[in-house]
Design a protein around this ligand. Structure first.
Ligand SMILES: CC(C)(COP(=O)(O)OP(=O)(O)OC[C@H]1O[C@@H](n2cnc3c(N)ncnc32)[C@H](O)[C@@H]1OP(=O)(O)O)[C@@H](O)C(=O)NCCC(=O)NCCS
Length: 145
């Protein structure tokens, strides 16, 4: 998963380090705290994954922390399949809203287009959040509609 995520080329090295810690924590304890990590396989090979969790300080708001598809297979529906699975799973767990944070940088233009096409609305922009000139763009989708 780390290799696949790094190969997408959009994440900074420290973000890959963070993912390493997130996955280690997941296997150690967070999988018991309603965090979910799912991977999508094609012919026995992992082609993408998603990581999501509820925000315990809210009424049934969930966060999509990570989603990535093997760069050689992007644009062929794998991401949509993963996200649909995530949404259905959260609905089955009585989730109300799914929130996604991403970057405003041009390298994330296709990613933001992906969320819009999947029915997410842009809920907020936090200017200069990540770096000067790199805003946080927050998307959300109602799952109880
Ligand atoms: C964003 C991502 C998960 C989408 O998965 P995907 O399998 O490429 O997406 P799908 O094939 O299901 O959907 C295609 C749609 O997504 C968008 N898209 C995003 N990245 C794309 C790419 N590299 N190639 C083609 N379409 C892409 C397009 O809007 C496309 O719709 P269109 O062809 O009608 O314009 C994947 O491209 C990815 O891993 N990107 C890099 C990592 C990333 O940005 N993760 C999210 C961080 S917040």
């Amino acid at each position: 998963l780390l290799e696949l995520t790094a190969a997408t080329g959009v994440f900074r090295p420290h973000e890959i380090d963070t993912l390493r810690e997130v996955l280690a924590d997941y296997h150690q304890e967070n999988s018991n705290l309603s965090h979910v990590s799912v991977s999508l396989e094609h012919d026995g090979v992992v082609v993408g994954f998603a990581y999501y969790a509820p925000d315990s300080m809210t009424d049934r708001s969930w966060y999509l922390y990570w989603i990535a598809v093997d760069p050689g297979l992007q644009g062929r529906g794998a991401g949509s399949t993963l996200l649909r699975h995530v949404e259905n799973d959260i609905r089955a767990r009585n989730g109300r809203l799914l929130w996604i944070e991403t970057s405003s940088l041009p390298t994330y233009d296709p990613t933001r287009r992906f969320y819009s096409r999947q029915g997410y609305e842009q809920a907020a922009v936090l200017r200069d959040y990540y770096l000067e000139g790199d805003d946080m763009v927050v998307f959300r989708k109602r799952l109880d509609a």
